[in-house]
Design a protein around this ligand. Structure first.
Ligand code: SIN
Length: 427
């Protein structure tokens, strides 16, 4: 058993976890643990982009699009903060080395469903990878950040209702990781679904421990279904065909090759329309026609092009079979805008958390933005936290069993939208 002491323990290495680690002052000792490698997060898979307030006149319209997509179940203060702080979030990413697409010195903006104007910055169709590679390079440079890869969070260290860190396991060895503050950034629950665009190992470990320790959750049944995952006859994670493909002109067609929906409606509406057509025609997928995109497909969407070609499809010629798939968890561990959970000492950020910013359905490309804006705020808040020293013998640790965790979460989401609309191949 190893005993590790830090100022802050961060669990998870997506954009949220890394931004939090990088925002903390270099005088603070940070332990960042991640279940696999630093790159193995859903943030890394993000294709489309990151939304930002596009000019002074855009504040109200960005807020209104976010609220409308979220069916007005959003926390208004969180939405206002997200939008107001979006330009600062972009600037901080650029300072960390991210380069967004631009043309003649001006940003290139793209569009996705639910946005009333082009306000999404992007890096090809691999925005998540571009951001993550920049952040990973930075965390590896920081002397105050110790990274523990292949380390699972098995339990929280809790004494008298206060969180003092995490019990982790790496190489079959137990680790008591004690921190003045503990930040859960372990992502959503997508991995428990069969039909998902998410990594299968990201299964809501933080949410399960919150359930175990009676930490408040919020809106766990708000599950987002992305309209256009590539249909392949396999049980692996589904490959995403970014919504920005439709933003750039692709259209949806049913079995008879008829158009049936405005492709740029918010995701939940488009997904439901696709599922309706699938059920009506008793088919397992619908079609996406990409060859109407004005830009050159291969240049604008290189990764998607490459993947499609690998499996024998040519988007310049072929219609692409698509199916809706679980994509994002709007709910999670309930937090305020400083990331505080209902347990003192414990914070949550990113997809594991729920500020209420997304309401019932997240507006496209608001998740990377949320991770940057609220992780920065959380880091600024926790840097001032002090706490008494504790002795590891004070904690009773229950090593959790992954299958059991899944059952706990499944019980928590039994009324989710995803199940209600009877999506094929669901969990
Ligand atoms: C996409 O590129 O369609 C996904 C972006 C997101 O989840 O917001």
């Amino acid at each position: 058993m190893e005993n590790i002491k830090a100022n802050t323990v961060i669990v998870g290495s997506g954009v949220a976890g890394l931004i939090c680690a990088l925002t903390l002052p270099s005088s603070m000792k940070v332990i960042l643990l991640t279940k696999q490698k630093l790159e193995d997060s859903n943030s890394y898979l993000a294709q489309g982009g990151i939304a930002v307030k596009n000019g002074f006149g855009d504040k109200d319209s960005f807020i209104s699009d976010t609220l409308k997509a979220g069916h007005y179940k959003n926390n208004f203060k969180a939405v206002e903060t997200l939008v107001e702080e979006s330009p600062k979030a972009i600037k901080s990413l650029e300072e960390l080395g991210v380069k967004f697409e631009s043309e003649e010195g001006d940003y290139s903006y793209t569009r996705e469903g639910g946005h009333s104007k082009n306000r999404i910055l992007y890096c090809g169709d691999f925005t998540g990878k571009a951001i993550m590679n920049a952040l990973i390079a930075q965390v590896k440079e920081r002397k105050n950040i110790r990274i523990l890869e292949d380390c699972t969070m098995e339990d929280l260290l809790v004494k008298n209702g206060v969180c003092y860190g995490v019990y982790g396991v790496a190489n079959n060895k137990g680790l008591f990781i004690n921190g003045k503050s503990t930040v859960i950034a372990s992502g959503g629950i997508g991995g428990i679904y069969n039909n998902t665009t998410n990594y299968k190992h990201i299964q809501g470990d933080g949410v399960a421990l919150a359930l175990k320790h009676n930490i408040k959750l919020k809106d766990l049944s708000y599950i987002q279904i992305h309209p256009t995952a590539l249909y392949e006859n396999t049980r692996k994670r589904r490959f995403l065909i970014s919504e920005s493909v439709r933003g750039e002109g692709a259209i949806l067609l049913n079995k008879n090759k008829d158009r049936f929906i405005d492709e740029l409606k918010p995701r939940d509406i488009v997904s439901k329309a696709i599922i309706r057509e699938m059920e009506k025609d008793k088919v397992e997928f619908q079609w996406l026609r990409m060859n109407l995109i004005e830009k050159d497909i291969r240049t604008r969407f290189p990764k998607i092009y490459e993947y499609l070609r690998k499996i024998g499809l040519n988007p310049y010629i072929d219609d692409i079979p698509i199916v809706p798939a679980q994509h994002y968890t709007m709910g999670g561990i309930e937090v305020n805008l400083n990331g505080e959970t209902s347990m003192p000492g414990l914070f949550a950020i990113g997809e594991a958390s729920c500020t209420g910013v997304h309401g019932k359905n997240r507006l496209a490309s608001n998740s990377l933005l949320e991770s940057v804006v609220f992780s920065k705020k959380t880091a600024d808040f926790i840097k001032n936290i002090t706490k008494e020293e504790v002795n590891i013998n004070d904690f009773q640790i229950g090593v959790s069993n992954l299958e059991k965790k899944k059952d706990i979460i499944k019980e928590g989401i039994k009324n989710d939208e995803f199940t209600k609309i009877k999506l094929l191949n669901n969990r």
